[in-house]
Design a protein around this ligand. Sequence first.
Ligand SMILES: [Zn+2]
Length: 292
Amino acid sequence: MSLITGLSDRYPHLGFDGRPLAIACDDGWLGILHAFFADANKAMAAGGMFTLQRVKEKMGGLTIHYAVADVAPDARRAIDDAYRLATARSFHICESCGRRGRLNNFNGLWKVACSEHADGELGKGVPFEGPSNPDDPYSPEADPFVAVRPTVTEFNAAPIIEGWLIEDQSESGPRSWLFGWFFGQPDISDGEHGHTSPIVQMDEMVPPRWVRTDNRLYRLGIYYPPSEREIRYWVQKLARRPVVHGEPPGGSDDIEAMLIFLRSTGRLRPTKIDRMEQAYRAEQECQKFNRG
Ligand SMILES: [Zn+2]
């Protein structure tokens, strides 16, 4: 069971009210659902009524119950196609984590799982080895949405980005990339700050755990709010040393001490440090508020 929020803003043609949507499946399929909603939203832009009735797991796959009324036949067809695609994808994506998976039988319970979640709280799954349907035109390898997802083995071997931040899309055009401190990346020294190639796909889970870029797959490490991250960035840069793996950028979690250090170096304009400090304080207040 998961809750999805913000659907009415993101998909204005699907008739969502402002309330969170409860779905009877795990978070690993959130990306599949969002892709379905995006296609349906596009098809409904010309008018008509779409009602989402239920989202659940059934016999291991994703089931979406919906009704459409007063729509053109091609819009209805587009939505039905999007639904068939969503179900087909769900049999290749781990319901628990969104990485590559396959249908497993856990003592009579069917569930799509990656190799890690095929041996977890449900016990040890037995992979489904039945015949594939020769009439089924769907191939996960030909579907980039599924094909770019990491397997557990690939995920475990991927370099990691700590303190990652997405470059603002409005400034970098339609494609964005990540900044961060890299570890285990063959072309970058451990603990150096840099940016990735453009993002191909990013984990939809919160917090995200992986990103696929044009060049490679990365695991995503710790995330800092932007203003805190900026202070850490400058401390690290002015201290002129790479980040040690396992230690936070800036050397500690003492942001006050970092602000004192930045002022002591005389390398940044005091007004710049003031601005960073104000933004950091506002960010902290905002987080306190959000935590209630
Ligand atoms: Zn998994």
